[in-house]
Design a protein. Structure first.
Length: 501
């Protein structure tokens, strides 16, 4: 089913059902239920069997051995004396709530980038610096793979969270189905193509409920006043947000990518209980005024209790001036027969992209950048596809080792299926060519304004690359409204502190 069809199904269902009354375990579960078919939070089939041969097959077993635990301890010890203390808040040996702080930040490890010999977390690290300047102390909780050395301290919480949640029994799956579940089952079947069973949904609700109990205990010990989080619709973040509400802590979601009318988590929210949903944040921290306006336009139910502020993309703002100083505008650039094309991949490779690479001039440089969620070991097949394109200008290592904004500084044009990098590229005056139907829908307004281009064939893609020109974001009002600056970020923090947001 296409994305626009899914959005239509959601709007129809929410408009005709009292979803604000769906309560399990004492909380309103519709936000989680709504994300299940959209984000595929439930498996569509049985999990794959473990690989039987080679190192991959041994890896799960090795992680249970004492030798592996010794290796991990030595690795942490190696970086113990790094700047800012990489291991001070390690979750295996320290409680993630072992200090009292004004602000807790819940973020993702997959978005760390190598910066000055350490791994910089693009959401939490610039926010920590901003909050410290406003006199607020911080504690960072991080989910995902443990990676060292970190730029600043954080606690990996995934392992400890799993351990503490095991203390709770899964109970809802044994209860009777709610009266509304039959309609919900028909709704999800239309999107997912299979019957979703109550025990599946109930188990996920139980997990989020129990995670919220753990978060509540941790948050009470930190005595925090604010919780900032990335990706509010992640079930773990929902649990943290719900716990924070019970603790009287103000919650703020940090925008991490494109939102708007065609994003499941940021559109078609029509109903809400009078007190708001427990798992929806109090404040949405947006990149700019455009995102704030779109949230209000497409989500009347959010603003029963929530608000939105144009705080800016802090990581982008750190780079924008630096890159602009070192990047010539298109009028200043000497004429050259070559083009540098930055490609931001999603999880799949569009066939027309490979065809265009094969047919493009040998003087063109193709910087192929994989999605941050893709580990190097999982993209071997795709790398071979690009190498077999037999183009001398294909570069994989550089595009996946440098910071995105560095690459934009030396690129003439950006190509993607539907990555949010298309929006970030505009901040640096780089136009994007969209090569998928989902991308054309997601960025339709920007395409209509001529700020992005489209191509549905390899021939059209080559033509658009040849004609691509840089634009001046400071002289383009539509772009300026998309990106708040550093002063706006300070104002946003002060509004949140004063509870005026």
């Amino acid at each position: 089913m296409k994305r626009e069809d899914i959005i239509g199904c959601i709007e129809t269902y929410e408009a005709s059902h009292a979803v604000e009354e769906y309560i399990v375990n004492g909380w309103h579960v519709w936000p989680l239920l709504k994300m299940i078919p959209c984000m595929k939070y439930l498996p569509l089939s049985a999990p794959p069997l473990p690989v039987s041969g080679g190192v991959a097959g041994l890896r799960p077993w090795l992680r249970t051995t004492s030798l592996y635990r010794v290796y991990k301890w030595l690795r942490r010890w190696k970086y113990r004396n790094k700047k800012n203390g990489a291991c001070d808040y390690d979750s295996e040996h320290h409680d993630p709530h072992d200090v009292q702080r004004d602000v807790v930040i819940l973020t993702l490890s997959e978005r760390r980038v190598l910066l000055q010999g350490t791994l910089y977390e693009i959401y939490s690290d610039p926010l920590v610096e901003l909050l410290h300047k406003q006199g607020l102390s911080t504690l960072v909780w991080e989910q995902g793979e443990e990676r060292y050395p970190r730029y600043s301290r954080s606690a990996w919480i995934s392992r400890r969270m799993d351990a503490e949640c095991r203390q709770f029994p899964l109970s809802s799956q044994f209860n009777d189905e709610p009266h509304w579940f039959g309609d919900y089952q028909k709704f999800t079947h239309e999107i997912m193509g299979r019957a979703v069973m109550w025990y599946e949904v109930a188990t996920l609700i139980d997990v989020v409920t129990h995670q919220s109990f753990v978060f509540e205990k941790w948050l009470q010990k930190t005595e925090a006043r604010y919780l900032f989080a990335v990706c509010w619709y992640d079930p773990l973040v929902m649990a943290a947000t719900m716990a924070a509400r019970r603790c009287g802590i103000k919650t703020i979601e940090i925008q991490h990518g494109s939102q708007g009318e065609w994003h499941f988590a940021y559109s078609a929210w029509l109903r809400a209980p009078s007190e708001g949903y427990e798992v929806v944040p109090d404040v949405f921290w947006c990149w700019g005024k455009t995102a704030v306006e779109e949230l209000h336009e497409y989500n009347p139910a959010f603003f029963v209790k929530s608000s939105a502020v144009p705080g800016g993309n802090l990581w982008l703002n750190l780079w924008r001036e630096r890159v602009q100083r070192t990047t010539l505008t298109s009028s200043e650039k000497p004429a050259a027969p070559h083009k540098t094309i930055l490609v931001s991949l999603q999880l799949d490779v569009e066939p027309l992209l490979l065809d265009a690479i094969r047919a493009s001039p040998s003087s063109w440089r193709w910087l192929i950048r994989f999605h941050p969620a893709r580990e190097k070991s999982s993209r071997v097949q795709e790398e071979l596809m690009f190498k077999h394109a037999s183009h001398p200008g294909v570069e994989l290592d550089k595009a996946n080792s440098l910071v995105l904004y560095e690459l934009l500084g030396e690129s003439d044009v950006h190509v993607t299926a539907y990555s949010a990098c298309a929006i970030e590229a505009l901040a640096f005056g780089v136009q994007t060519i969209i090569i998928s139907s989902q991308g054309r829908m997601t960025f339709s307004s920007l395409i209509d304004q001529g700020l992005m281009m489209t191509a549905d064939t390899s021939e059209k893609l080559i033509i658009e690359i040849e004609h691509a020109q840089r634009i001046n974001p400071d002289k383009t009002p539509a772009i300026a409204s998309m990106f708040a600056n550093g002063d706006d970020a300070i104002v946003a923090v002060q509004r949140i502190i004063k509870q005026e947001a």
